[in-house]
Design a protein around this ligand. Structure first.
Ligand code: DON
Length: 343
C-alpha cells in the first residue's frame, strides 16, 4: 500500500552531516519516549491496533532541510490533519465568500464530533470540527467520487512530495461506524449547508481521514505552509498564496479542538492534530514540525506530540507572538547542515 520507491529516495537524500539541532531532537525524543500518558483511540476499531510506543519527530525547514528522529517511516492515518488542507482546496475551488457561506470560522470550545451548528446562520462552526470538515469536503469539485478523491490526493501530493495511499480497512471501519458524522450530514442538508450527495461526500470524508502518512509527511505539510504554500523541497506550489493565511489562521484558532486556546497560549504555533496520533505545526517563515505518537489526551490530541511542540516552541522561540530572545537561536543550531540538493 505504500509508495516505497519515493520513500526510499526521500530517506537516502537526507544529508548525513550532523548539527546540534539533530542532537537536540534526539535528546527530546529520548526525554519523552518514557512519557506514556494517554490512550490509543479506539472509537474507530482499526485505530486501536496502533502501538503505544510508536514515536517519531520530524522538522523540515523553509530551506528544505529534513531532521528526523524515531519512527518517522511508520505509516498511520492522517485523520483530522487532513481538514485544513481540504479547506485550502475548497477555497481554491470556490473562493472565500462562498466557502464562508457554508462554514463559519469560529472556535467552538467543544469536542471535535459535537453536533452543533451556529444558531443564527445554521453554518457549522469551523472547518476543523467534523461538521465543518464534512461541509468543506462537500465543496471539493469533481464529476464523481473517484474524480474528487483523485483531485484531493493530487493536492496532498503537492504538499508531501510523494504519492499517498488510502488505508482501506480504516476507511471501511469509519464508514461502518460513523453514524454521528452521518447524522450531522443530514442535519446540514436540512439547512442547505451541504449538497444532497451525502453518501459520496461521506465516503470522500472517510477516505481523506484514512490517507496514510508518516511524521515526515506531516512536517512537509506544515513546512509548505511555513514557506508560503510552496513545498520547500520540490518547489511546487501546493496552495494558492491568497489562501495560505486562511488555512494557517484557522489552524491557530481551532486546530487543536477544545485544547486550541491553551495550545495557542503555550505553544503558539498554528497546528492540527488527528486521532491517528499525528500533529503538524507551522512556524511561519521558518519550519514545519511533524510528530507522531498514538497516545492521545482526553481531547484527542497526541500527548507526546504536545510535549515535543511545547519544548521546541519554548527553546527556539517559535511561538508566533514571541518577541523575547529565545534560549537557543535556530539558525545557529541548524548550522552545519548542507541541506538537500538532490530532490
Ligand atoms: O470523523 C472522524 O471521526 C475521524 N475520522 C476524524 C477524527 C479526528 O481525527 C478528530 N481528531 N482529533
Amino acid at each position: 500500500m505504500t509508495n516505497l520507491g519515493n520513500m526510499q529516495s526521500l530517506t537516502s537524500s537526507i544529508t548525513a552531516v550532523t548539527s546540534p539541532f539533530r542532537r537536540y531532537l534526539s535528546d527530546l525524543h529520548e526525554k519523552y519516549q518514557a512519557f506514556d500518558e494517554g490512550a490509543v483511540a479506539d472509537y474507530i476499531p482499526e485505530l486501536a491496533l496502533a502501538k503505544p510506543e510508536w514515536f517519531g519527530i520530524c522538522v523540515v525547514t523553509k530551506a528544505g532541510q529534513v531532521f528526523e528522529v524515531g519512527d518517522c517511516d511508520q505509516l498511520f492515518t492522517i485523520q483530522s490533519i487532513s481538514k485544513p488542507f481540504v479547506f485550502g482546496q475548497a477555497l481554491e475551488d470556490h473562493g472565500r465568500e462562498y466557502v464562508n457561506s457554508k462554514v463559519s470560522v469560529e472556535p467552538t470550545g467543544e469536542a471535535f464530533n459535537s453536533i452543533v451548528l451556529d444558531e443564527e446562520t445554521n453554518r457549522p462552526y469551523n472547518p476543523m470540527v467534523n461538521a465543518g470538515a464534512i461541509a468543506t469536503t462537500d465543496l471539493i469539485k469533481g464529476a464523481n467520487g473517484t474524480e474528487r478523491l483523485k483531485r484531493m490526493l493530487a493536492m496532498f501530493k503537492r504538499y508531501t512530495g510523494r504519492d499517498l495511499d488510502i488505508n482501506v480497512p480504516v476507511f471501511l471501519s469509519e464508514k461502518a461506524t460513523g453514524f454521528r458524522n452521518r447524522a450531522m450530514s443530514y442535519l446540514m442538508l436540512n439547512f442547505d449547508m451541504v449538497s444532497d450527495k451525502i453518501d459520496e461526500t461521506l465516503d470522500l470524508y472517510f477516505q481523506q481521514c484514512s490517507i496514510m502518512v508518516n511524521a515526515r509527511d506531516l512536517a512537509m505539510l506544515s513546512a509548505t505552509l511555513a514557506n508560503g504554500g510552496v513545498n520547500p523541497v520540490t518547489q511546487e506550489r501546493a496552495l494558492d498564496e491568497r489562501y495560505v493565511q486562511d488555512v494557517i489562521s484557522i489552524m491557530m484558532t481551532c486546530g487543536m479542538y477544545d485544547g486550541s486556546g491553551e495550545w495557542a497560549y503555550r505553544v503558539g504555533m498554528p497546528a492540527k492534530s488527528g486521532v491517528g496520533g499525528g500533529i503538524t505545526a507551522v512556524a511561519l517563515d521558518k519550519l514545519g514540525i511533524g510528530t507522531f505518537s498514538p497516545l492521545l489526551d482526553a481531547k484527542g490530541n497526541s500527548a507526546r506530540g504536545i510535549k515535543v511542540c511545547k519544548d521546541l516552541s519554548q527553546d527556539f522561540g517559535l511561538h508566533s507572538f514571541n518577541v523575547a530572545t529565545p534560549e537557543r537561536e535556530l539558525a545557529g543550531w541548524i548550522a552545519g547542515e548542507e541541506g538537500l540538493d538532490d530532490w
